[in-house]
Structures are given as C-alpha cells and as structure tokens.
Design a binder for this molecule. Structure first.
Ligand code: AMP
Length: 288
C-alpha cells in the first residue's frame, strides 16, 4: 500500500496503477461503516484508493474540527489489511493552497435539512470531493447512505460537472441496537450512548407505519417526533419526510420517501435516515 501526502506524489502513484479504480473518501477514524465501503470497492475494482482528510471547510466555526478523532496509524493499518493500494493523507495546505478561492456550490439540494443547520457544509463537501475526483480520477466512488443528503448533493455535482465516474451508495452499517456507526459516537458518554438508539427507533416506527399503509408526510414526521420526545437527552435539530430527489418535504402523500433526522445528544450531533419505497437511494444506480 502506497501512502502519499503531496499531490504530485498522489498523481505519480495513481498513474502507476492499472485497471479499474475505486475510491473511498473518508475523514478517517475508520469504523466498520467505512470498511464496508472499502470491501465493496475492493470486490468491484482492480485497484482501490482511499483518502483520509478531515476537511476543515465542511466544519462550521462552532463545530468539532479541532477535536475530531485522528487515529492515523490505526486507520492506515486497517486500510492495508483490507487490501487498499493507495492512500492520500494530505495536509490542509495541499488541498487548499494559499490564495485558494474556487468553490463548488450545489444550489438547491444543499439548501434544506443539513444545509439549513450547517451553513456552508455542503460547499465544503462538494469542493473537496470535486478535488478528490480530479486527483484520483476514479472509475467508481463509494459513499455511505448514512449521509443521504451528501450522496444526493454529490450525485447532482457529478451530473452537473460531468465527472466520468459511477457513484456507488452502500447501506448504513449499524450497531446491534440500531445506532448508525459514526466517528462521532466516541464522544458519547455511557448514558448518552444508551439514549442514542432512539434515532433508529424513531425511523423504524415511521417505517412500520409506512409498511402498514401510512403515506402522509406529516403523520410520518409526527410518529418520529413523538418517539424522540420520549427521550429526555435527545434534542431535535430537524425531522424530515422528504422526496428523495428534490428533498422537498412531503406535504401530502408519497410512495418514495426519505426519512431523516439530526438530533443532539449532549454536545454530539447525530444524523440518521432510511429510504421508504425503494431500498436504494438511487434505484438503478447513478451511472457515469
Ligand atoms: P466520513 O469519514 O464520516 O466522512 O465518512 C466517509 C464515508 O463513509 C461517507 O461516504 C459516509 O457516508 C460513509 N459512512 C460513514 N458512516 C457509515 C455507516 N455507518 N455506514 C455506511 N457508511 C458510512
């Protein structure tokens, strides 16, 4: 496994790799959710690359950039063991050189949900992922459904800017009690950790109602709201039942619905989602 920091070294290493190339972008602090993406990339491509970069431009001024976990040696050992060929671990100045002033802004689907609560977040995400696509020139790029709006924003960017690659979306990996794996789960103390599965319980309750025939957006939101209200440690940022393509809230009824939420437990902000009507975020997959 080649591990490179400087962009010219990345380009040189990439050029030496033959066959199809799958990329897994990450911010490190790797867990089984990341490793599921790596395993899928390994199975579907001749070569696999990963990036480990805690991207400063996707964090707000009061967010957890400085305390975000950075266990680099452990991460590299996991990637090596998983058969990754090439890892880029740039310093911020390699991605954002002095004088940097070009940004990728995906205007509509970045606006609601996470975009409302984390202004500028998706501008940072889209910009860094565009740079990763340029730097690695992958044939396929792997993302988790865990960050559903991120996938929708990046798919829009891929189409609009014409990146010749396929985006592959992999299901959310969860703990046994339903909590979605996240690098931020380490922030939770035992009491908060015990409260955290309430997100998935709320999503599951709404999903059960959907399977019993409920198609009204307001009813599905009410079911989730009620379940979250029963957990005193859970403070809701938003609860959504939206069209998975436009991310507009379902005001009447719909068959395909993205249920999603952001909830604060103590200082830790957790997000989760499920898609109703089709198990995939993109039925038929988002092709180049
Ligand atoms: P991050 O390091 O948080 O930026 O995540 C890197 C990639 O891993 C993103 O595409 C995430 O959506 C994905 N990911 C994070 N957590 C999970 C999870 N629990 N299951 C599946 N994919 C995940």
């Amino acid at each position: 496994m080649q591990v490179v920091c400087a962009l010219p070294d990345l380009r040189a290493a990439r050029t030496s790799l033959r066959g199809t190339f799958g990329l897994v972008p990450t911010m490190g602090a790797l867990h089984a959710g990341h490793m599921a993406l790596v395993a899928r990339a390994r199975a579907e491509n001749d070569c696999v690359g990963a990036s480990i970069f805690v991207n400063p431009t996707q964090f707000g001024p009061t967010e957890d950039l400085s305390k975000y976990p950075r266990p680099l040696d452990r991460d590299l050992a996991l990637l090596e063991e998983a058969g990754v060929d090439l890892v880029w671990t740039p310093a911020p100045a390699q991605v954002y050189p002095p004088g940097f002033q070009t940004w990728v802004e995906v205007s509509e689907v970045s606006r609601p949900l996470e975009g409302t609560h984390r202004p500028g977040h998706f501008r940072g995400v889209a910009t860094v992922v565009a740079k990763l696509f340029n730097a690695f020139t992958p044939d396929r790029a792997y993302f988790g459904q865990k960050d559903a709006q991120q996938v929708i924003v990046l798919a829009q960017m891929r189409r609009d800017l014409g990146f010749p690659l396929q985006m592959v979306v992999s299901p959310t990996v969860r703990e046994e009690d339903g909590l979605a794996l996240s690098s931020r789960n380490v922030y939770l103390d035992p009491q908060q950790r015990a409260a955290a599965p309430v997100l998935y319980r709320a999503l599951s309750a709404a999903r059960m109602a959907y399977h019993a025939g409920e198609r009204r957006g307001d009813q599905l939101r009410a079911i989730m709201r009620e379940m979250l209200a029963a957990e005193p440690l859970a403070k809701v940022d938003y609860i959504s039942a939206a069209d998975p393509e436009t991310l507009h809230e379902v005001e009447t009824t719909a068959d395909r619905i993205l249920l999603s939420m952001a909830v604060r437990i103590g200082q830790t902000r957790l997000i989760d989602n499920v898609v109703l009507g089709e198990s995939d975020l993109f039925p038929g997959e988002d092709q180049a």
